[in-house]
Ligand binder design. Sequence first.
Ligand SMILES: Cc1ncc(COP(=O)(O)O)c(C=O)c1O
Length: 429
Amino acid sequence: MNQTADILNWHAKHAWQPFTQMKLSAPPVIIDRAEGLYLIASDGRKIIDAVGSWWVSIHGHNHPDIVNAVQKQLNALDQVMYAGFTHEPAARLSHRLSEKTNGHLPRAFYSDNGACAVEIGLKMAFQYFVNCGRPEKSKFITLENGYHGDTIGTMSAGARSVFHKMYEPLLFPVFTAKGPDQEGAVESLRQILESNSHEICGLILEPIIQGAGGMIMYSPSYLKEARTLCDQHDVFLIADEVFTGFGRTGSFFACEQAQIWPDIMALSKGLSAGVVPFAATLASEKVYQGFYSDDRSHTLFHGHSMTANPAGCAAANASLDLIDDTCMTQIKWIESWNQENLRTLCAGRASSLIRTTRQMGSVAAMEIALNSGYTGSFSPNFRERCVEKGLLVRPLGNIVYLCLPYIIERAELDRIYEILEETIIEFSA
Ligand SMILES: Cc1ncc(COP(=O)(O)O)c(C=O)c1O
């Protein structure tokens, strides 16, 4: 057997992939290498990764600075338990993340994926009030169309989407406020808080863009109001910046667009630029002080074997070095190129097939005029067709979106839009 046949055979017999109906899915594309914007398949095809492989590769693939930093770290220290021990990359990273929040979130708790970072944030908010002798403040407010991950806690905190509805019996009850883009959103939040804040410890939301919910973009004014309401009702604001952090929306953190800071912030994906699985939950001094005690029962009882993995910290430090002023300017360029290209697309041959478009930072989204939901066939068929043409996109239902690495050049972006236009037209036939 040749190597390709072996891989496909082993895959067919033993693999079980995320969000994939294995019976219906086509054989996977085997990727051997990656470089910048491109994934390179075993048959030599170059595929543009226009979604940063689930929104993680913010600097493109295999950025030499990050790869070198990780290699150097692995030559020195691979792993040590992060209790009773520390190391330079973790200490440096905690210091830098605190600086990035202007000292508002000075404490970093590390883990290794976005869902974990959010779960830890939920546990922090909950236990803070237990430690302070107010255990009745134990519930959360979540927003319609929110998504925070696929563990039991994060599914509870997210919208009961088609993916998560079946797990309902396992999920804890929450208060759900209107989506932040909807009319009456602030009022809906206010009403929940006014009637129930005595039993609420936290409000969790994705600032500025609700990603998995369909790249829903909303006004910073909602975030400002949410911050004020949380303060008035002694409720923690938990910002899930797993998707929006590290320049994605045009500011370093999305919360900065509303000039607010949350009490707790979940980070992953762009934190290590997708090179090593890594995550952090940042907390304010107030949250931290709720745990800092002579009483050992007030300890935050959470941990993972690989917490603060040195290679993860090294990747994050190297990625932070790359998000400088030049990079932030480049993101502004990408935003304006997307704006232009979307305008051209909407005026061209595919115009009648596009319902709406939106863009912010390095994200662009277009709603295709088809009624195909998250479990419909449009998304997998569209994705497959685009991959055949050398473009990786993965629509959310009928929302086709781009989540571009900051290294993309104008000509490459134009090529993406050419392929999209061609393929959207094919799907209308
Ligand atoms: C806003 C948000 N939070 C949490 C998660 C979960 O992250 P992970 O897939 O690393 O568990 C995601 C993943 O897409 C996300 O978009």
